[in-house]
Design a binder for this molecule. Structure first.
Ligand code: HEC
Ligand code: HEC
Length: 417
């Protein structure tokens, strides 16, 4: 069960020693912990300037991307046969009501498993943008409003959603039972073809989730640069050029990005109300986390429900402890920032056509839709200069991980493992 997960590196004694080594070298020339004090021109040589202890402490929380966390609610989460069958299902439009929409219609492998359209278009026009599936297995809550607590629960949503795939569990169960290849694959992976439509439908979701757990891309140039700064194995002090290093400093410092984009996917896995200007065709009243929290708590498909394979695990306790508060109205989950290239547009309604537009928003907060409830108190206009915005963008584009194996980008020849 070797998996293409992010590379786990030791953060034990050696790296701590490495950190102290960097600090010992860095501090005398640093003149304080203020990141603004150590700005350098974009043409400076690699590893120029000193990194403050605060910068290094933040860096250690951003890298490396560890292997995806276990999902005990799905007994086939790490089963190779299930991932193979799930990869077939991901591209199979027969699961939809009209036979024309597959998961890949909106989560296009050629666009970072995201959608080049702003608002999702399946059987009908959706209200949100289809986000990337790369590194989604690292998230705790799925969907912009966190309406699912596992990948398999999330997968069951679009299959029956009238504006997404508009299928039904009955039709999907019939398809799997009647198609000899699908029936054989299902039997091989799960050991039986359940007579109950809902049980079979849930297993389809669990196979899809096993595939999605392989859609992981870490080990970017940023990680190699950070490893060098932190004295970890595999580091390369020249992995980022001068401009990208300036962007990293801004990301950690004056940009305030790590207030929310913190953690190895560059997301805190939590929800915030940035009050983004709505897309012209989008709603101004999306309840975001408020509704997402209700949906996950009420669903029979959550981690504590009868279809979960670990009803007493951490995920089940998390959904049990979830408090639905109107304070969360209009909040959306912090997206991870790895692998941004080619997955524009950005934002929960795809309201930003590219990275420059996202950064222009953070820089001025112009167009913020403040009437929507408890907007984020942490955001304030950054007032960065054009060169600084370009540096920040250059840094964000250095977060591209190792490409996926080409085989993962297309369906297998047969659903049978
Ligand atoms: C019609 C377009 C469409 C189709 C088809 C579709 N999705 Fe999505 N997907 C979306 C949208 C829109 C969202 C955001 C939903 C939300 O915010 O609740 C999403 C969110 C997700 C997420 C959450 C990612 C994250 O980071 O939170 C996963 C996982 C996912 N979809 C998997 C699938 C799978 C598996 C299928 C096929 C069974 C599928 N999707 C089919 C549009 C689509
Ligand atoms: C207060 C928390 C917070 C701060 C601070 C913050 N972000 Fe975000 N970021 C979010 C949330 C939440 C979203 C999704 C918002 C939405 O769609 O409604 C987001 C969206 C994004 C996106 C779009 C990603 C996508 O997949 O759509 C990018 C890029 C981004 N942020 C980069 C940054 C950068 C760079 C900074 C620092 C200049 C920053 N963010 C500061 C919380 C934050």
């Amino acid at each position: 069960m070797e998996r293409r997960a992010g590379r786990g590196r030791s953060t034990g004694i050696t790296s701590t020693a490495g950190l102290w080594l960097v600090l010992a070298i860095a501090l005398p020339s640093c003149g304080g912990a203020d990141p603004e004090a150590s700005e350098e021109p974009a043409s400076a040589p690699a590893m120029h300037g000193a990194w403050s202890p605060d910068d290094l402490a933040l860096l250690r929380r951003l890298t490396p991307l560890p292997p995806v966390p276990a999902d005990p609610t799905n007994r086939v989460a790490d089963d190779d046969g299930a991932a193979h069958y799930g990869r077939w299902l991901f591209f199979d439009a027969r699961l939809s009501g009209n036979g024309e929409v597959s998961c890949a219609t909106c989560h296009d492998p050629a666009h970072g498993f995201a959608d080049p359209r702003a608002l999702a278009l399946g059987a009908g026009l959706g209200e949100r943008h289809a986000p990337t599936l790369l590194n989604a297995a690292h998230q705790r809550w799925l969907g912009w409003g966190g309406r699912a607590d596992s990948l398999w629960m999330q997968a069951l949503g679009p299959l029956e959603n009238p504006v997404e795939m508009a299928g039904s569990r009955e039709a999907i169960a019939r398809l799997v039972r009647e198609d000899p290849e699908l029936a054989a694959a299902h039997l091989e992976v799960f050991g039986a073809l359940p007579a109950d439509d809902t049980a079979l439908f849930v297993e389809v979701g669990k196979a899809l989730a096993a595939y999605e757990r392989l859609l992981v891309r870490g080990d970017s140039r940023f990680d190699r640069f950070a490893a060098a700064l932190l004295g970890q194995a595999g580091g390369d002090p020249e992995a980022l050029d001068g401009e990208e290093q300036e962007g990293l400093r801004l990301f950690l410092g004056r940009g305030r990005c790590t207030l929310c984009h913190l953690g190895p996917t560059l997301s805190d896995l939590e929800f915030h109300n940035n009050a983004l200007p709505p897309h012209p065709e989008g709603s101004r009243d999306d309840p975001g986390r408020y509704r997402g929290g209700q949906l996950v708590k009420e669903s029979p498909f959550n981690a504590a429900g009868p279809h979960s394979d670990a009803t007493d695990g951490a995920a089940a306790r998390r959904v049990g402890a979830l408090v639905i508060s109107s304070e969360t109205f209009g909040e959306f989950r912090t997206p991870g920032l790895r692998n941004l290239k080619g997955r524009e547009p950005f934002g929960h309604q795809g309201q930003f056509e590219d990275l420059a537009a996202v950064l222009a928003f953070y820089n001025t907060l112009e167009g913020q839709d403040l009437r929507s409830h408890h907007q984020e108190q942490l955001l304030r206009p950054l007032g960065l200069a054009p060169g600084e915005l370009a540096a920040l963008e250059a840094f964000l584009l250095a977060l591209e991980g190792t490409p996926l194996a080409p085989g993962l980008m297309a369906p297998p020849g047969s659903p049978r493992p």
